[in-house]
Design a protein around this ligand. Structure first.
Ligand code: GTP
Ligand code: MG
Length: 170
């Protein structure tokens, strides 16, 4: 008998940080330079089998542009986890993470798992946010922290498996 655990996850973060690229890499193992900006939100699923458990992720990829910001609650409502993405080469996108953390604390589901993903780690020469600084912040807020590259397929699967390991046992 196999039971499938359905896990709702949403991605939040500024426009252009690579939310859709992370999802595209995770779901289809592809990367597109110059992906279109997301309009509203997009939905995808991906099933992972980890330690004999089957997890079906229901992934809501939100649009980072300011004009869509008010829609976010529709997507984090009922979510088990929120992945807040920033771009390691853009300091302002890391500063914006704090706003999302505050919003989730105030209006998000109680006990939502927060994962902080520092994307575009392949662009080391352009880095503006150190790994140490982000790791310290994540520890403060008890979030999962990982640096990712959707382009190089670095850290993406680990991001989702680390979310699984924090899910409450059923
Ligand atoms: P919105 O939908 O507007 O919120 O943006 P988004 O966060 O979904 O960003 P998206 O995935 O569309 O990526 C923005 C741009 O960054 C695209 O041109 C991607 O090709 C590029 N990009 C995404 N991830 C990476 C990465 O890991 N490394 C590099 N070098 N570029 C990336
Ligand atoms: Mg997008």
């Amino acid at each position: 008998v196999t039971s499938v655990k359905e896990v709702k996850v949403c991605l939040l973060g500024e426009s252009g940080v690579g939310k859709s690229s992370i999802v595209l890499r995770f779901v289809s193992d592809t990367f597109k330079q110059g992906l279109e900006m997301t309009i509203g939100a997009s939905f995808m699923t991906k099933t992972l089998v980890v330690d004999q458990q089957t997890v079906k992720f229901q992934i809501w990829d939100t649009a980072g542009q300011e004009r869509y910001r008010a829609l976010a609650p529709m997507y984090y409502r009922g979510a088990s986890a929120a992945i807040i993405v920033y771009d390691v080469t853009k300091r302002d996108t890391f500063d914006a993470v704090k706003g999302w953390v505050r919003e989730l604390a105030n209006y998000g589901p109680k006990d939502i798992i927060i994962a902080l993903a520092g994307n575009k780690s392949d662009l080391e020469d352009l880095r503006e946010v150190t790994k140490k600084e982000a790791a310290q912040y994540a520890e403060q807020i008890q979030a999962i922290f990982i640096e990712t590259s959707a382009k190089n397929d670095s850290g993406i699967k680990e991001l989702f498996t680390r979310i699984i390991s924090r899910l409450p046992a059923d």
